[in-house]
Design a protein around this ligand. Structure first.
Ligand code: BES
Ligand code: MN
Ligand code: ZN
Length: 499
């Protein structure tokens, strides 16, 4: 889909669908909505007066201009109450309008930036959120469909601004929104791809492609290098699989003098659980166990394309977790890159093992901060819910706050959880330095405290297990399948550090 910006009065724009908006409780529309209302001889005000148009968030009303203006349809997107309006509401309103326009068969959509007027959101943020809502909501994964979609593809989305003085701000916001949301869609594609189309090797190739598009430096390492590095935890997990593991490093701003920001992503391209085999029901969802890796690839792609004045590195350990005659077993002892020995209690707690080696490797760069993202525990989904919030652990409260704030701006939620020393007690081992499994209680805390053993720098861990997939047919910005969760927060985090 082409994203454009245009300096015009919205009512003069030719499109299959024009999108304006309305705050809940507004009796007399203002700005662009008022201009369209006037051109339609008061049709919008009439709808408001009839009680049929209330401006509720997520609701969209359709009007037919019948020649009064060049556009074929006018869509009025509800923004909800003006008090407490946020860019996330602009994103959701835009998504609802775009989904509606698409359902009506519109190939071209022209929209104003939501919330820049009475919403008190600055014009750049409004433009960014409106474009993100469009790009995210119109996403579809059809790689394995042999029949055409019933959803007509939208070819162009044009953001329209009346005030010429605001155009540079609108253009820059739209560009940030486009790059960020398209990068989230790149992550969604990687996650939606089944494991036979997204092996560690293919994931590494996808990372190389993203790097080529975004001026990133990219290195991909195989099993020999992983062995030379002493990454015994990653080697243990990959042992049961016929697919070779990969260790992927993406880098933006290589050669810059400052300490890098590092993002690490869990890249289990399929998690059967290994010898501690998972139950069959729902196991197909474990193709998404590389959701952290996908978020890191997506975020680096965006950081590269935005060309942020920063040094940012993405690290992805990638392998499969399968049972086989060669697979690692409960009771096995693995030796991580930093020499720590790990007794494997449960082979299904594999994410923390591959991350342990990656977190050790990150120390080489003397990072300013390391943030890892992982679909790490079912316990986190039990604690915080499905598609509600990701678990957030951090060695410093300031870092946790920084991530939460970046998340808030993007509409992605993170809940700060404790790294209590008591959790460390639960992963004590009789035979090795630590175990990979803390038992029935406090499973999220145990997983995080395990990872902490391998960090020696400011560090945060994001457990995104409940966030990478949506099971419902439709959900605000998403359709069933991958969400690309984490990409937008990481990009926002980096943009704020660059400011
Ligand atoms: N990939 C899973 C976690 C997961 C569960 C992600 C559900 C998404 C949805 C992870 O590797 C895992 O299997 N975790 C185990 C850990 C346990 C054995 C300590 C879990 O959560 O059950
Ligand atoms: Mn597992
Ligand atoms: Zn897993």
């Amino acid at each position: 889909m082409d994203i454009k910006t245009q300096n015009s009065a919205i009512q003069d724009v030719m499109a299959d669908a024009l999108v304006v908006n309305l705050f809940e409780g507004t009796q007399q529309p203002a700005g662009a909505t008022a201009a369209v209302d006037k051109a339609l001889d008061g049709a919008i005000t009439a709808l408001i007066q009839s009680g049929d148009l209330k401006g509720k968030l997520g609701k969209v009303s359709v009007l037919y201009p019948r020649g009064a203006i060049p556009a074929a349809r006018v869509l009025v997107a509800g923004l909800g109450k003006p008090e407490g309006f946020t860019p996330e509401k602009a994103r959701q309103a835009s998504a609802a309008a775009c989904k509606k326009a698409q359902a009506l068969g519109a190939k071209s959509i022209a929209s104003i930036a939501h919330g820049a007027g009475s919403g008190n959101v600055d014009a750049a943020q409004a433009a960014q959120a409106t474009v993100e809502g469009a790009v995210l909501s119109l996403y579809e994964f059809r790689a394995h469909k042999t029949k055409a979609s019933e959803r007509t593809p939208v070819d162009t989305f044009t953001l329209v601004e009346f005030d010429a003085a605001k155009m540079p701000t609108i253009e820059s916001g739209a560009k940030i929104g486009q790059i960020t949301a398209e990068s989230a869609n790149v992550a969604r594609n990687l996650i939606n791809q089944p494991a036979n189309f997204m092996t560690p090797t293919l994931l590494a190739e996808a990372a190389q492609k993203a790097a080529a598009e975004s001026n990133l430096h990219c290195k991909v390492y195989g099993p020999e290098w992983i062995r030379e590095q002493g990454m015994g935890a990653l080697l243990g997990v990959t042992q049961g699989s016929e697919e070779e593991p990969r260790f992927i490093v993406l880098e933006h701003g290589r050669g810059r003098s400052e300490k890098p920001i590092i993002f690490v992503g869990k890249g289990i391209t399929f998690d059967a659980g290994g010898i501690s085999l998972k139950q069959a029901e729902g196991m197909e969802a474990m193709k998404s166990d590389m959701g952290g890796a996908a978020a890191v690839v997506g975020a680096l792609r965006a950081v590269g394309q935005l060309d942020l004045p920063l040094h940012v590195i993405g690290i992805v350990p990638a392998c499969e977790n399968l049972p086989s005659g060669r697979a690692y077993k409960p009771g096995d002892v693995l030796r991580a890159r930093n020499g720590t020995t790990i007794e494997v209690i449960n082979t299904d707690a594999e994410g923390r093992l591959i991350l342990a080696d990656a977190l050790c490797y990150a120390a080489n760069y003397k990072p300013a901060v390391v943030i890892d993202l992982a679909t790490l525990t079912g316990a986190c989904v039990i604690a915080l819910g499905k598609n509600v919030a990701a678990g957030l652990f951090a060695t410093e409260d300031e870092l946790a706050a920084e991530i939460r704030q970046a998340g808030e701006a993007t509409g992605e939620k993170f809940w700060h959880m404790p790294l209590y020393p008591e959790y460390r007690e639960t992963i004590k081992s009789e035979v090795a330095d630590i175990t990979n499994h803390g038992g029935r209680f406090g499973g999220v805390g145990a997983s995080a405290i395990f990872l902490k053993e391998f960090t020696a720098y400011p560090w945060a861990h994001l457990d995104i297990a409940g966030m990478v997939l949506v099971d419902k047919k439709e959900d605000k910005l998403n359709i069933k399948g991958a969400t690309g969760f984490g990409v937008r927060t990481l990009v926002e985090f980096a943009r704020r550090r660059a400011a």
